[in-house]
Design a protein around this ligand. Structure first.
Ligand SMILES: [Zn+2]
Length: 193
């Protein structure tokens, strides 16, 4: 099992803090038959973090249940379990793409030439993945807004009804999220939960 924690803004801070010392976290086993046994420290493994400037090895700490043997790894939140590049690199790529840069340009811009190893295909995949998430997320948020009785012409906001491109959806999502947080700020509790 993997859990993600905020353990420093980037790999540098994380390494400084946790190169030889595990984060002070305690866990109990979630399995019913283990009756909330405390997990024991269980060493670490090393993982490569691909950043803008190069590849770095960082320790990932593990815990283990003495009862059932299940292990738990704690990832810092600048890493995504299945992804090679650290989150800031992915975010920078999405941002550049959203601003209208082409895939090759983005691929060159987000990592230094020394790193080489990020292809346009990778950027394309990140972008598609981002758009999928935006689609799902904006549907969810507009559902919430409608349920909360917020009077907005949600669909009209979405690119005046003409075949919206996914990039339009990205923009639309930004507007929705803004409204959503405005609504939360007004104390519209029906939105929470
Ligand atoms: Zn257990």
């Amino acid at each position: 099992m993997t859990k993600i924690f905020s353990l420093g803004k980037n790999w540098k801070i994380y390494s400084k803090e946790y190169a030889t010392k595990r984060p002070e976290l305690t866990f109990t086993c979630e399995k019913e038959q283990c009756n909330q046994r405390d997990l024991h420290n269980h060493g670490c493994y090393y993982r490569t973090a691909w950043t803008k400037h190069g590849r770095f090895q960082i320790p990932i700490y593990r815990w283990r249940c003495p009862e059932c043997g299940q292990t738990l790894s704690v990832l810092p939140d600048f890493l995504v379990p299945w992804a090679r590049f650290v989150t800031p690199v992915r975010e920078a790529a999405i941002k550049r793409k959203a601003q209208g840069q082409g895939f090759p340009h983005v691929a060159q811009g987000v990592v230094s030439p020394a790193v080489s190893g990020i292809s346009r295909r990778t950027i394309k995949r990140w972008w598609r993945c981002h758009l999928d998430q935006v689609n799902d997320a904006s549907q969810w948020v507009s559902g919430e807004l409608i349920q909360a009785g917020i009077d907005t012409d949600l669909l009209r906001l979405h690119s005046q009804g003409v075949n919206p491109t996914l990039t339009d959806t990205v923009r639309w999502f930004a507007t929705l999220i803004q409204k959503y947080f405005q609504a939360l700020g007004r104390g519209s509790t029906s939105l929470v939960g």
